[in-house]
Design a protein around this ligand. Structure first.
Ligand code: GDP
Length: 426
């Protein structure tokens, strides 16, 4: 049985917490896209962790954690992340890395940084983790596949080819020091030795696991609105954030993904530039940011203050549809307990017309929010474990959102901890 856990919004919906929680009853947890450019914050009996590359299931000793072929694999980062959790007392996790994953190289980070500097005011707000140059190279067929690290002839040739094209850009576009093929080759050798113990034919491993009836979680990074194709292009990430891509980025048949748990945040937050229709500013935003998440809404990778907004039903309905959501986990609801009234964005006004459909970016840039207001419940709902015990106004908020997005809300998260969850069905 394969389940995907993915985001409906701009990321930071709390997927890490839901994955950590569901990993208890799972055998295998797979990262299938993205890299170390976004973080998942997890709080459990070992402490508080910000994971960037490891799947959020690494905290149990019965699970296997997998880095699928779709991931941007930063090898030293992965090794360092493994050390950092073991140092905090977590049992050494079982980790497998796909032999078809591609390697994020130091020059990807450099190119990301140089390009953001070159674009200056028009930059994409990249986390400068090298993700865009990495995926560009992958599709330009000058990426380095893990398997290639183990063939000296192939890797030598690849390195030469990479230096040829990269050095033209470094010299003439960025005016920066050139890459040295020997140095690069040396890095590849080091990476080969670091990754060797983990390398595996992941697709074949998962094929057998599915046939043996194992429970597999696919953990998505970021959310629908950051998807390269279906998100707010070009202010998107450079890999697909959708559950459908889980089949490709893990190497499993698409029809095996039976359940798509889409994580939806009770209000909106986003990092980086791009249209954000229900965004709020000033003191109103500062207060929500301060109270949001667990100790404030600041990026887990960059520490940047997140942009804040009210719940956006238009964007979230679209986000759920494009994920193919079968159920929704509704998170950080406890944060809204301070508000007398809670605005919700239920429509977009574009060129004088109101729509409930999420448009492509050019139109989206013109959209103004149509807001409605729901009464707040004005109390702390943390610690509640039964749906009926939530205040009526809180249930009304949940049920209003459920109706707007058209997908059953089966889980309500009312705190950052593993047990802060209300199961509504099943
Ligand atoms: P992810 O990338 O989707 O895993 O999300 P992040 O980890 O970046 O952001 C979610 C933040 O919200 C983290 O700090 C979590 O600890 C916190 N969090 C998750 N669920 C809840 C919740 O229900 N209530 C509160 N207050 N915080 C939550």
């Amino acid at each position: 049985m394969v389940r995907a856990i993915v985001g409906a919004n701009w990321g930071d919906e709390g997927k890490g917490k839901i994955t950590d929680m569901l990993a208890k009853e799972s055998d295998i947890i797979v990262r299938f896209q993205g890299g170390s450019n976004a973080g998942h914050t997890i709080i459990n009996n070992y402490g508080k962790f910000a994971l960037h590359l490891l799947p959020s299931g690494v905290f149990y000793d019965h699970t296997t954690s997998i880095i699928g072929n779709g991931v941007a694999l930063n090898i030293p980062y992965l090794i360092q992340e493994i050390h950092s959790i073991v140092e905090k007392g977590v049992p050494k996790p079982r980790i497998l890395v796909s032999d078809r994953a591609q390697v994020l190289m130091p020059y990807h980070v450099l190119f990301d940084t140089y390009e953001e500097a070159r674009l200056a005011g028009k930059s994409f707000g990249s986390t400068k983790s090298g993700i865009a140059p990495f995926y560009a190279d992958k599709y330009a067929k000058i990426g380095i596949q893990v398997s290639e690290l183990f063939d000296e002839t192939v890797i030598r040739e690849k390195v030469e080819r990479i230096c040829e094209t990269k050095n033209v850009l470094l010299e003439h576009l960025y005016h920066k020091p050139l890459l040295d093929p020997e140095e690069l080759l040396d890095t590849c050798h080091q990476y080969r030795d670091m990754i060797e113990p983990y390398v595996c034919d992941v697709s074949s491993y998962l094929y057998d696991a599915i046939r043996e009836g194992k429970t597999i979680l696919l953990e998505g990074q970021l959310g629908s609105l950051k998807d390269t194709d279906h998100g707010i292009y070009p202010m998107v990430t450079s890999s697909s954030t959708l559950a459908a891509y889980g089949a490709i980025g893990a190497g499993i048949p698409p029809y095996e993904i039976k359940d798509i748990i889409t994580v939806v945040k009770a209000y909106s937050s986003a990092v980086g530039a791009g249209a954000f229709v229900s965004e709020i500013f000033g003191e109103e935003a500062d207060e929500l940011r301060r109270r949001g998440g667990d100790g404030g809404e600041f990026g887990a990778t960059t520490g940047r203050p997140r942009r804040m907004g009210w719940f956006d039903a238009v964007a979230t309905r679209y986000g759920c549809r494009i994920q193919g959501a079968t159920e929704v986990a509704f998170t950080v609801l406890d944060v809204l307990g301070y508000l007398d009234e809670i605005p919700v964005c239920v429509g977009y006004e574009i060129d004088g017309e109101v729509t409930k459909d999420f448009p492509a970016t050019v139109k989206l840039e013109k959209a103004k929010p149509v807001l409605t207001t729901l009464p707040g419940w004005k109390c702390d709902i943390r610690g509640i474990r039964k749906y009926e015990e939530l205040p009526e106004k809180c249930r009304n908020y949940i049920e209003f959102v459920e109706k707007e997005i058209g997908v059953p809300i089966t889980m309500v998260s009312n705190g950052p901890g593993r047990d802060d969850i209300i199961m509504r069905q099943g």
